[in-house]
Write a protein that binds this ligand. Structure first.
Ligand code: COA
Length: 158
């Protein structure tokens, strides 16, 4: 079984993330969305909320599982029997940081490959932070995140 991990903070998940998850699920037998407890970020949504939200917006994709992890991503991947980490590349600016992480993950677990997927051009400018900023300032979030999340994000930002 070919298993891939798609990691991130998902605070909140955006249509850009969802696009990568849907496309990955067509390539791999199973995609584990790994929601990170990132101590360097102060999230808007708790880890429990982020997991629940990611589960709800991916419930239509049969071969997606949602989990959380602490510690090293490379070790979590091996524990999940995954050989591939999926990362979305939005712009050239993502490359340097992702390159560094891919090499470090390979050093930690040499059998692990990082696979980069180009973001859909419609979402290449998206990030969770920019979604939160637009929402905080009263902007329209439609098309940026799944419709079912818009009210929830706006309420949380109040
Ligand atoms: N569509 C929309 N937005 C996207 C996106 C896409 N396809 N891909 C990335 N983004 C956004 C994310 O939402 C995030 O936005 P934010 O900074 O506003 O929250 C931003 O781009 C950066 O994404 P990413 O680099 O994936 O950061 P992250 O915080 O979501 O996840 C981990 C980072 C979890 C992958 C990384 O910290 C990690 O591996 N941690 C584990 C610890 C570890 O092993 N460290 C050693 C690594 S070598």
């Amino acid at each position: 079984m070919k298993i891939a991990i798609y990691p991130g903070s998902f605070d909140p998940i955006t249509n850009g993330h969802l696009d990568i998850i849907e496309r990955s699920a067509q390539i791999f037998d199973k995609v584990v969305v790994a929601v990170s407890i990132n101590s360097q970020k102060s999230p808007l949504f708790s880890i429990e909320e982020r997991i629940e939200i990611v589960k709800s917006v991916t419930s239509h994709i049969e071969n997606v599982e949602v989990k959380t992890f602490t510690g090293l991503l490379a070790e979590f991947a091996i524990k999940e029997n995954a050989k591939v980490l999926i990362k979305g590349l939005r712009a050239v600016s993502d490359f340097e940081y992702e390159f560094q992480m891919a090499l470090m993950n390979k050093k930690i677990q040499p059998e692990l490959e990082t696979l980069f997927m180009m973001c859909n051009k419609e979402y290449s400018y998206l990030s969770s932070s920019i979604v939160k900023e637009v929402g905080r300032l009263g902007g329209d979030l439609s098309g940026l995140v799944p419709d079912s999340l818009i009210e929830r994000i706006k309420n949380k930002l109040k």
